[in-house]
Design a protein around this ligand. Structure first.
Ligand code: ADP
Length: 272
C-alpha cells in the first residue's frame, strides 16, 4: 500500500490541515501492471517483424520466387498459419493491456440486442457450420442499450465461438437476451463438455485453459475470456460462467439498461 500525506500550513507556518490518502496498490496489482507493461513492450517489438515475415511468406505462396514444390508449399503454409496465430496472440495481448490500462475509449451508441446478435451471428455462423453446430438466437425487439456495439460483439463472438469450439457436432448453442430488472441479461448456453466448478472463475484469467490440450487442439490463445471480461466491466456490467458437470456451460453477461426508461421487470430465479 502507498500512503501520501500532505500537510497544509497556515500563514504562520503552523500545520493546519492534514490530508492523508491511502492508495491501496496491493503488491498483486503492481505485479499485474508490470506484467501488462512488459507484455505490451514485447508485443509492440514483435509487430513489425511479424508483419514482415507474413509478407514474405505471402509472396512465396503467391509464387513470386518461382513455383514451389509440394513439400515447400506445405512448409510455407504451416509457417504462415503459425505466424498468423502468433500475430493474433500479440494483437489480443496488446488489446487486453490497453483495456486494463483504461486506454480503450468506448464508442457508445444506441443499439438493440437484435442488432448485436445479428452482427455476432454474421461472424460465427460459418464457424458453426464448419463444426456442425446449430446456433439459436432469441432477443426481445423492444430493448435499447447504450453500448459500444463493436466491443460487445467482440465479447459475444468470443463466448459463442468458445461454445461452438467445445461442443460436439450436432449440438446447439443458444444465445438469449432478456430484460432483468435494471439490467439486460445475455446468456450463451452450450451442450458441450462443461467446466469444472473450481475452474468457473479461473477461466477468466489470462492464458488459463481448463485442459492443457485446449491450446494445441482448439487453437485458442487463452485471452478471449479475460478480454471479454475487461470489455463488459468497462461497460459497468458483469460476466461469469455457470456449469453443471456434463450438462454444458452457460456464460452470462449483465449490462445496465439506460436509466430513465424503466424496463418491464422480469423475474428469473436462475439469475443472481
Ligand atoms: P481460448 O478459448 O482462446 O483458449 P478463452 O479465454 O476464451 O481462451 O477460454 C479459456 C478456457 O476456458 C478455454 O481454453 C477452455 O478451457 C475454457 N472454456 C471457455 N469456454 C468454454 C465452454 N463454452 N465450454 C468449455 N470450456 C470452455
Amino acid at each position: 500500500a502507498a500512503l501520501t500525506a500532505s500537510i497544509l500550513r497556515d500563514r504562520d507556518g503552523r500545520p493546519d490541515v492534514t490530508i492523508g490518502m491511502v492508495e491501496d496498490i496491493s503488491e498483486r496489482k503492481e505485479v499485474e501492471r508490470l506484467k501488462d507493461e512488459l507484455v505490451s513492450v514485447v508485443g509492440h517489438e514483435l509487430k513489425t517483424p511479424l508483419t514482415s515475415i507474413r509478407g514474405s511468406l505471402g509472396l512465396l505462396e503467391a509464387g513470386v520466387a518461382g513455383e514451389l514444390s509440394v513439400e515447400a508449399a506445405d512448409m510455407v503454409r504451416i509457417a504462415r498459419e503459425n505466424t498468423e496465430r502468433l500475430t493474433r496472440l500479440v494483437e489480443e495481448t496488446l488489446d487486453l493491456e490497453r483495456l486494463h490500462a483504461g486506454r480503450v475509449e468506448l464508442e457508445v451508441r444506441s443499439v438493440t440486442p437484435v442488432d448485436l446478435l445479428a452482427a455476432t451471428a454474421q461472424v460465427v455462423q460459418p464457424v458453426a457450420d464448419a463444426a456442425g453446430v446449430a446456433l439459436e438466437w432469441q432477443a426481445p425487439g423492444d430493448l435499447e442499450l447504450f453500448v459500444d456495439p463493436d466491443r460487445i460483439v467482440q465479447a459475444l463472438v468470443n463466448l459463442v465461438g468458445n461454445a461452438i469450439k467445445f461442443s460436439p457436432p450436432g449440438a446447439s448453442v443458444r444465445t438469449m437476451v432478456k430484460a432483468h430488472g435494471a439490467n439486460v441479461l445475455i446468456s450463451v448456453m452450450d451442450e458441450g463438455r462443461g467446466i469444472p466448478p473450481e475452474q468457473l472463475e479461473a477461466v477468466f484469467e489470462r492464458f488459463r485453459q481448463v485442459d492443457a490440450s485446449d491450446h494445441r487442439e482448439k487453437g485458442g490463445t487463452g485471452l478471449g475470456l479475460p478480454i471479454s471480461r475487461a470489455i463488459i466491466e468497462q461497460h459497468a456490467g458483469r460476466i461469469w460462467a455457470e456449469s453443471e458437470p456434463g450438462a454444458g456451460a452457460t456464460f452470462r453477461i449483465t449490462l445496465p439498461l439506460p436509466q430513465g426508461k424503466p424496463p418491464v421487470a422480469v423475474y428469473d430465479r436462475r439469475a443472481p
